[in-house]
Ligand binder design. Structure first.
Ligand SMILES: Nc1nc2c(ncn2[C@@H]2O[C@H](COP(=O)(O)OP(=O)(O)O)[C@@H](O)[C@H]2O)c(=O)[nH]1
Ligand SMILES: [Mg+2]
Length: 324
């Protein structure tokens, strides 16, 4: 048994240190062959965990809500892994430290694992690293894997595509909240949560959100997402929201949407891996015996045009490509 296969076995046995080591291996990507064999070994065990995404503007109360949800799920004896994703930061830290503090009371609970991911290293970017980390937690038998993002930008949208269900958290008092949300953000929410309902403007925001979602419904076949109201700090609306989440999951399990979503994800993953591998081979091909340098000279001196040159060379490239 190789070291990596042993590591995978330990992950399967829910060994905390093996889980942490696996995530580091994925995140740092110092040895991509090792990373690949680890993920190969995990593959057949993946698919049990339900993956939630929670996104929304910074300060909306995502971590505070998660803390409440984790508490409820633990009472039901469910285990939870949280991945706090900060695409803007090359290091894990900063804002994520606050998240950890928010969920501190679960830190000593074996049934809860909180891990942060930043953008450093991983070729597939933070979304790629997060996708692989989900597989580790899934194999380790966590019932729920929850991905929390720091804010709502393009990378966060990509990260949210990894989830079976996306909770979009909004709060009153940020100004023109809805208008401020960039295009594409409203579309990713499966369930909307208006948090800080203890503050002024929460009801108005709810009506605005429902109005905007109603407009969207005319354009798509998707049914209007539910809009829940919570106060994480006062512990209000949490149970109602959880039952909305449970109903939603039951619905998408029953009508095939969950499977379709997971297949979409696999398709994206295959495309991503394929292009990354082909790009790596192309890069290697271009650099053999510094041929690129001599091609630059040839094109510069008008010996050949770029298309003519490459149409010829791509044939050679494909012959040189070694698929094992
Ligand atoms: N008034 C009020 N404050 C809240 C509520 N939920 C969270 N907060 C506060 O909002 C701030 C940001 O919360 P946090 O969970 O870190 O937000 P995140 O950045 O979205 O993860 C903290 O000071 C929380 O105590 C709420 O329901 N009502
Ligand atoms: Mg947070």
């Amino acid at each position: 048994m190789t070291i990596v296969q042993k590591l995978a076995q330990q992950v399967l046995q829910q060994n905390t240190r093996a889980i942490a080591r696996s995530i580091s291996l994925i995140e740092n990507e110092t040895d991509s062959a090792q990373k690949e064999s680890l993920l190969d070994a995990l593959h057949s065990y993946c698919g049990r965990a339900v993956v939630w995404g929670i996104t929304g503007p910074p300060g909306a109360g995502k971590s505070s809500l998660l803390d409440r949800f984790i508490g409820r799920l633990r009472r039901l004896n469910k285990t939870v892994a949280v991945i706090a994703v900060d695409p803007s930061s090359p290091f894990s830290g900063g804002a994520i430290l606050g998240d950890r503090l928010r969920m501190q009371k679960h830190a000593t609970d074996d049934g809860v694992f909180i891990r942060s991911m930043a953008s450093r290293g991983h070729l597939g970017g933070v979304a790629g690293a997060t996708a692989d980390a989900i597989k580790v937690f899934d194999t380790a038998g966590f019932d729920f894997v929850i991905i929390e993002t720091i804010g709502v930008g393009q990378t966060e949208i990509e990260v949210m595509e990894l989830a079976d269900l996306v909770l979009l958290v909004l709060v009153p008092g940020l100004g023109d909240e809805i208008q401020a949300l960039k295009a594409g953000v409203m579309e990713i929410g499966d369930i909307f949560i208006i948090n800080k309902k203890d503050l002024d403007g929460a009801n108005r925001l709810k009506r605005e959100v429902e109005y905007v979602l109603g407009l969207q419904e005319n354009c798509t076949a998707k049914s209007t997402p539910p809009v829940c109201m919570t106060s994480a700090t006062r512990d209000e609306g949490i149970d109602d929201t959880l039952s909305v989440i449970t109903d939603y999951l039951e619905k998408i399990r029953g009508n095939g949407q969950l499977a379709a979503r997971r297949k979409d994800r696999i398709e994206k993953e295959l495309r991503h891996i394929a292009s990354a591998k082909i790009m790596a081979s192309a890069e290697h091909f271009l650099n053999i015996d510094s041929r690129l340098d001599s091609w630059v000279e040839d094109v510069f001196h008008k010996k050949v045009s770029p298309y003519k040159l490459l149409n010829r060379k791509i044939g050679e490239f494909l012959k040189e490509l070694h698929w094992q």
